[in-house]
Design a protein. Structure first.
Length: 162
């Protein structure tokens, strides 16, 4: 009996240690394009499958972009996906109010203990923020590090003399 409980605890710990979860799903506008960032925890180098869907009601929704399913013809030429280390990013060109609704990001890692991981977000054009550019401040860089990195520049323009 005790060994059964021990095995159950060990399997639970292994699942938590190995499974990869979606951390966040965010949306923003860049020019006339929608950008959805599906950030996840990467704990293995196993293959990643992704699926972005749009639903306007309680249904399953239409496939916007996927490497598992065929995208809906309406989105096939407008959707572009980039995959980096811990981020799957959907760019939907020509975003209009007709594209509003609930977007779902589904990720599946090959040989992962968990089934599809998924998160959803409601997207309305008039409520979307503008996408921020890449900045050292956005990357949570400390002010002290920024100051140290800028010292040579300040010295070059004679702001600081050491």
């Amino acid at each position: 009996m005790k060994s059964t409980i021990g095995i159950a605890v060990l399997v639970t710990v292994l699942q938590v240690a190995r499974c990869q979860r979606i951390r966040s799903l965010t949306a923003c506008m860049s020019d006339q394009s929608l950008r959805l960032d599906c950030a996840y925890e990467k704990k293995t180098s196993n293959a990643l499958s992704y699926d972005f869907r749009l639903s306007r009601d309680a249904g399953v929704g239409v496939v916007v972009a996927s490497n598992q399913n065929v995208p809906n013809a309406m989105y096939k030429n407008r959707a572009n996906v980039t995959v980096s280390n811990n981020l799957v990013c959907l760019h939907l060109a020509g975003f209009t109010t007709a594209d509003e609704g609930t977007y779902v990001c589904r990720l599946k890692i090959t040989n992962d203990y968990e089934d599809n991981q998924m998160k959803n977000i409601s997207v309305f054009k008039d409520r979307l923020e503008k996408c921020a550019g890449i900045s050292l401040l956005i990357q949570n860089t400390s002010w002290l590090l920024l100051l140290l990195l800028s010292l040579p520049l300040l010295q070059a323009v004679d702001f600081v003399s050491l």
